[in-house]
Design a protein around this ligand. Structure first.
Ligand code: ADP
Ligand code: MG
Length: 231
């Protein structure tokens, strides 16, 4: 009976997910259809709807990429990686957007950081999502502090921004699928981020003050890696 009610619950969750995904994808699709029809009619005039159409296609693409990560089964590859390399890589990816917005990224790292056992691509995705949110929270520029510290059996990466902040009653909404306050957001980034961190045995915490900034702390298990060859 327990199995049965749990299966029912799972089906209900999948049903809700499917409905909200369908809704999110239908929005840009309807927009695309409308603008394609308009473009067809206005091709002789000077109206140009291609930028909007491309934007809507990008949107569908972003939603589908995030969903692919969510759908991916856990327990994929785990290799030894250096957090420093991951951080430098993601900063290089985000830098162009940061520079355009007048956002400066400062990195502070402890000297001796232990390696972590992880799926490196997934962790890159985590820090890209978090850094992107930090940059997007500062449309008029500011500073981001990326602080990497070694704790007892873990590594803690803090991403501190001076952005718009999150009202305290909205913090619990982070990680809810499709919760976004951005015109071009998918509302999936934080959910993906949280899922990956938890699958790595880590934790994520958020502290925020409206109009002052947000700090996201990610802690990941680290240290001498059990079960590897380097005993
Ligand atoms: P998206 O970035 O596509 O909106 P996310 O899941 O990454 O989706 O984030 C959900 C929402 O959480 C954002 O729309 C924003 O309102 C809020 N948020 C997340 N990170 C920050 C941050 N660093 N500063 C302010 N708001 C944030
Ligand atoms: Mg985001």
């Amino acid at each position: 009976a327990y199995e049965n009610s749990r299966q029912k619950e799972n089906l209900a969750v999948i049903g809700q997910m499917a409905a909200s995904i369908a809704h999110e994808i239908r929005n840009p699709l309807s927009a695309l259809k409308g603008f394609t029809q308009l473009q067809q009619e206005k091709d002789m005039s000077k109206d140009n709807f291609y930028p909007i159409m491309l934007n809507e296609i990008d949107r569908i693409n972003m939603i589908v990429s995030d969903l692919l990560i969510i759908g991916k089964p856990n327990g994929s590859t785990r290799n030894k990686a250096e957090i420093g390399n991951i951080i430098h890589y993601v900063v290089s990816i985000i830098k162009p957007q940061a520079v355009r917005q007048g956002v400066e990224i400062h990195i502070q790292k402890d000297r001796d950081l232990p390696p972590i056992l992880c799926d490196e691509n997934q962790l890159k995705q985590v820090f890209i999502n978090l850094l992107k949110n930090a940059v997007e929270a500062m449309p008029d520029g500011g500073n981001i502090y990326l602080i990497v510290q070694a704790a007892k059996d873990s590594l803690v990466v803090s991403i501190k921004d001076e952005g718009v902040g999150i009202p305290s009653d909205k913090i619990e909404k982070l990680g809810e699928p499709f919760y976004t306050t951005k015109e071009n957001g998918t509302g999936l980034g934080f959910m993906v981020t949280k899922k990956i961190i938890e699958e790595h045995g880590g934790k994520i915490g958020v502290q925020s003050v409206k109009n002052k900034g947000t700090t996201v702390d990610v802690s990941l298990p680290a240290g001498p890696i059990v079960g590897s060859n380097n005993i």
